[in-house]
Design a protein around this ligand. Structure first.
Ligand code: PLP
Length: 373
């Protein structure tokens, strides 16, 4: 494809054609990870920070037979990846006789709506060096960052910290697609960026099973080669997302609901623990059902994203009109007013085995848009 991805791809990724493979969307890319020989054989595992995009179960696990081993992140540190959680996941995989092939991150995160810090990325790289494993960074939301801190790609940190002849250099891969940043999921345009010629070569060969149509290529080449347009488009996207997110946060605050402080994505990670009848996933599912039935909103319960704490939900804000959002927030307020007057949180925690997170401390104030606790 002869387009200029300059305004869309991250710093740290040069536009060397030999490092880029194009495919029809990310789903096929994941399905073919085994063909790349960088992972994905039965008996092998990828470590994934939780909560994560539920599609990974289908695209990575079911299609290739690899296991996904969760890196448990918790609200105690704003769902950041800690070194101890990374090591714990690695050891858990080993205990189950799984060979850890790599870590798959999503930066910015779906469902958290946050970008990873330079320090986190640097820790991750050193972990991958230490364990001799790959890193796949899904940067599909990199163009949705609407607030500081700015987006930092793993490739940018790798460029700063690693010698180009180091082994890890060939084990860092970025996957990207135009689905989110350009709002064209139906176009099915995905790409892989890697310094590893074997990976890019395999992706290029596999692309014959999922070619991007010439009409799509022609249209996008015209669109993306217009630097002025893409620059303005990205700026306007960020402006609108920020405004819309603030509306959602404000509406939820009015209903007594807090969110994790976010700076990216098309959704917020919302804390409804205080609306649960008990701190369990059954209660989370029941709350989800009530919100669908009584409020008419379909939001994603955290358990569908493998969150290890009950009571968190992903709420999308970019796929509706402003008027619809206003109606939704009005209904949420009515719902919480009546729910809060009837919720009696259980004090009996002895009959159920509760997850270990319950004893965790609360988020610190800088992690919050609005703290209900
Ligand atoms: C983190 C993440 N990766 C990949 C995908 C799939 O993208 P595509 O539609 O381009 O295959 C999604 C879609 O929601 C996603 O959220």
């Amino acid at each position: 494809m002869g387009w200029d991805l300059g305004n869309l791809v991250a710093k740290g990724m040069d536009q060397d054609r030999r490092k880029i493979g194009m495919l029809d969307g990310l789903k096929i890319l994941r399905g073919n990870i085994d063909a790349f020989r960088m992972g994905a054989y039965p008996g092998e595992a990828f470590l994934l920070p939780t909560p994560y995009y539920p599609g990974f179960d289908r695209d990575l696990k079911w299609r290739t037979g690899v296991e996904i081993v969760p890196i448990h992140c918790s609200s105690s540190n704003g769902f950041r990846i800690s070194s101890s959680a990374l090591e714990e996941a690695y050891q858990q995989a080993r205990t189950h006789n799984l060979k850890v092939k790599g870590v798959l991150i999503t930066n910015p995160s779906n469902p958290l709506g946050i970008t990873m810090t330079r320090t986190e990325l640097s820790h991750l790289i050193h972990f991958a060096i230490d364990k001799n494993i790959h890193i796949i960074s899904d940067e599909i939301y990199s163009g949705t960052v609407f607030d500081s801190p700015t987006f930092v790609s793993i490739m940018e940190v790798a460029n700063e910290k690693i010698q180009q002849d180091a082994g890890i250099w060939n084990r860092i891969h970025i996957v990207y697609s135009l689905s989110k940043d350009l709002g064209v999921p139906g176009f099915r345009v995905g790409m892989i960026y890697s310094n590893n010629q074997m990976v890019v070569g395999a992706a290029t060969k596999m692309s014959s099973f999922g070619l991007v149509s010439s009409q799509t290529q022609y249209l996008l080449a015209n669109l993306l080669s217009d630097k002025k347009f893409t620059e303005e488009y990205m700026k306007e996207t960020a402006r609108r997302l920020k405004k819309r997110k603030e509306k959602l946060v404000c509406g939820l605050r009015n209903a007594g609901i807090g969110c994790l402080k976010s700076n990216a994505g098309l959704f917020c990670w919302v804390d409804m623990r205080h609306l649960l009848s008990s701190l369990t996933f059954e209660a989370e599912k029941e709350l989800w059902r009530r919100i669908v039935r009584e409020v008419g909103l379909n939001i994603s319960p955290g358990s569908s994203c493998h969150c290890s704490e009950a009571g968190w939900f992903r709420v999308c804000f970019a796929n509706m009109s402003e008027q619809t959002l206003q109606v939704a927030m009005r209904r949420m307020k009515l719902f919480t007013d009546s729910a809060l007057s009837s919720v009696r949180p259980t004090t009996d925690t002895t009959t159920r085995s509760l997850p270990r997170w319950i004893s965790h401390t609360q988020l610190s104030s800088h992690d919050w848009e609005f703290n209900t606790s």
